[in-house]
Design a protein around this ligand. Structure first.
Ligand code: ZN
Length: 258
């Protein structure tokens, strides 16, 4: 089942495994999916898609979770997961523009599988972490690579406004062991990875992170990027596709309005 959030009101809708689309009356972050109350059917394809979560308390990133990506940036394969935070204000939805900030000469894409929490996790086991996942989605961990190299922390490089496109839907009950993520720029395949290639599995990452910080309902965890990261320039069309979720499309602009 897929969960969408639609504009302009930001109502939720679901598409079930038979392809039926219905409005969702329940708040998906407050009510477990088994108890969701469905409304009337939606006509046509979902329009005006928004990021599938609103105002997460945090967006947690994982660095170097694919060995070949660690090596392509000249980093050793880490002994523990590398955690960092992206500001919640980076979040944008499908079709929104990624804005290139004037402070960076090298903004890069990192296509990733995003996990959204449906239950709070604090010092959780792997099994508890697996059970706390509401769903997975497509994300891009947009990164100002030059600033990431220059700064002692990732805070600035990862947190410019618009640096976390997320969507177009949440896939509920994903098979975590066989997800794939692909990134295309202007239609050309640039990255491909599978959860089988991850150094740490998704439940292991969540359990590990929950020892440092409680993960709250609605929090977003970006699970790392496969090799093939590269630069974005004005006019690029970026697509991130996670199996079963759909395609997240965003364009790249350098216009910073007031
Ligand atoms: Zn990343």
């Amino acid at each position: 089942m897929l969960l969408y959030r639609l504009g302009p009101e930001g109502f939720y809708a679901v598409v079930n495994d038979e392809g039926e689309q219905r409005w969702l009356f329940s708040d998906p972050l407050e009510t477990p999916p088994a108890e969701w109350q469905m409304g009337r059917a939606l006509e046509g394809d979902p329009r005006g898609l928004l990021a599938p979560v609103v105002a997460p308390s945090k967006i947690l990133g994982i660095g170097r979770n694919y060995a070949r990506h660690a090596r392509e940036l000249g980093n050793p394969v880490p002994e523990e997961p590398v955690l960092f935070l992206k500001a919640p204000s980076t979040l944008i939805g499908p079709e929104a523009a990624i804005l290139l900030p004037p402070e960076s000469e090298q903004v890069e894409f990192e296509g990733e599988i995003a996990v959204i929490l449906g239950r709070r996790l604090c010092r959780a086991s792997d099994d508890e972490a697996r059970a706390a996942i509401l769903g997975v989605s497509c994300a891009c961990d947009v990164t100002a690579r030059d600033l990431q190299r220059r700064d002692a922390t990732f805070a600035r490089a990862k947190s410019f406004d618009t640096f976390c496109p997320l969507g177009p839907a949440l896939l509920l009950d994903p098979d975590l062991e066989s997800l794939t993520v692909e990134t295309r720029v202007n239609g050309e395949l640039r990255q491909r990875g599978t959860t089988a290639e991850m150094l740490w599995s998704i439940p292991e990452l969540l359990a590990y992170a929950s020892r440092m910080m409680s993960l709250e309902v609605g929090d977003v965890v970006l699970t790392g990027t496969p090799e093939g990261v590269g630069r974005l320039v004005e006019g690029d069309s970026l697509e991130v596709e996670v199996s079963g979720v759909g395609v997240l499309r965003n364009r790249v602009e350098s216009r910073w309005g007031g």
